[in-house]
Design a protein around this ligand. Structure first.
Ligand SMILES: [Ca+2]
Length: 272
């Protein structure tokens, strides 16, 4: 009986602690017009199945644990938000609510650093969290939103125009963010509009369980996800990766931000 009580108490301590940690973080945060939604920790299968053996090492399915809650932008970073933080607008297609594009991976990283500095005095950020690009695993976990299908709305692409601006419906350009339906967790433009830079370098995925992975950090070829206004349906599949050099820029490449703990990326910290 005594042992039972001790075990029950321990279980309560751990579960209550976990529950407390969950409730301490708000579901949504909005800063400088950036709307972010919390993503709870979880396990999922990242990648694509039935691949050619040459591609499998790069895109094959791996089990991934996300062990810490993080926030992901509900929308792609818009030009108005970029201007507030960076004071310029590099985009090819101009419009305040259009996603910023024509930004390199390095410039996207610089935006996150500038954003962190701009709000440094704010007390509204969850403790220990900072703005950065999402890891590829964080991006796909939120994009899948608990689904295992090829797209978050099913295995067939027939309804993709309800959710995405792609080559079939974009009329050769970007569109204001948040105009299509969201994925099941409330994220807009996961597919299409602009493809989105992630933290990871493009590298082979180790054949093992991956825990909070950040792969290929030193690789200058960087991952981007989701396809763009210039993509076919196939290029938007949830597990599909694409990659460009860290200095590459194009009118169909942008990003959304994450707010989370460091993943070991050795970003420059300003602790002042
Ligand atoms: Ca997108």
């Amino acid at each position: 009986m005594f042992l039972f009580l001790v075990l029950s108490s321990l279980l309560c301590i751990f579960s209550c602690k976990d529950e407390t940690a969950r409730t301490e973080l708000p579901q949504r945060i909005e800063i400088l017009g950036i709307e972010l939604r919390k993503v709870e920790p979880g396990t999922f299968a990242m990648g694509m199945s039935e691949l050619d053996e040459r591609v499998e090492p790069y895109e094959g399915v791996r089990s991934v644990d996300i062990t810490q809650a993080y926030y992901l932008g509900v929308h792609e970073i818009t030009q108005s938000i970029w201007e507030k933080v960076m004071g310029s607008n590099p985009s090819n297609f101009k419009g305040k609510e259009l996603p910023v594009e024509n930004v390199t991976w390095k410039e996207s990283m610089a935006f996150c650093e500038a954003l962190n500095k701009k709000i440094k005095s704010s007390q509204t950020l969850p403790k220990g969290m900072r703005f950065r690009l999402p890891s590829e695993a964080e991006w796909e976990f939120a994009a899948r939103a608990g689904t295992k299908s090829v797209y978050f709305f099913g295995d067939k692409s027939s309804s993709i125009s309800d959710y995405a601006w792609i080559s079939d419906n974009s009329i050769d350009g970007t569109h204001p963010v948040k105009k299509k339906k969201t994925n099941p967790w409330g994220f807009f433009d996961i597919y299409g509009n602009v493809r989105e830079w992630c933290l990871d370098g493009y590298e082979v995925r180790p054949r093992k369980k991956l825990i909070d992975p950040l792969l290929g950090w030193k690789n200058m070829d960087k991952v981007n996800r989701g396809g763009s206004w210039d993509s076919c349906e196939d290029c938007c599949k949830t597990g599909r990766r694409s990659n460009f050099g860290e200095d590459y820029k194009s009118n169909d490449v942008g990003f959304r931000v994450a707010l989370g703990m460091d993943l070991g990326e050795n970003l420059t910290h300003d602790e002042d």
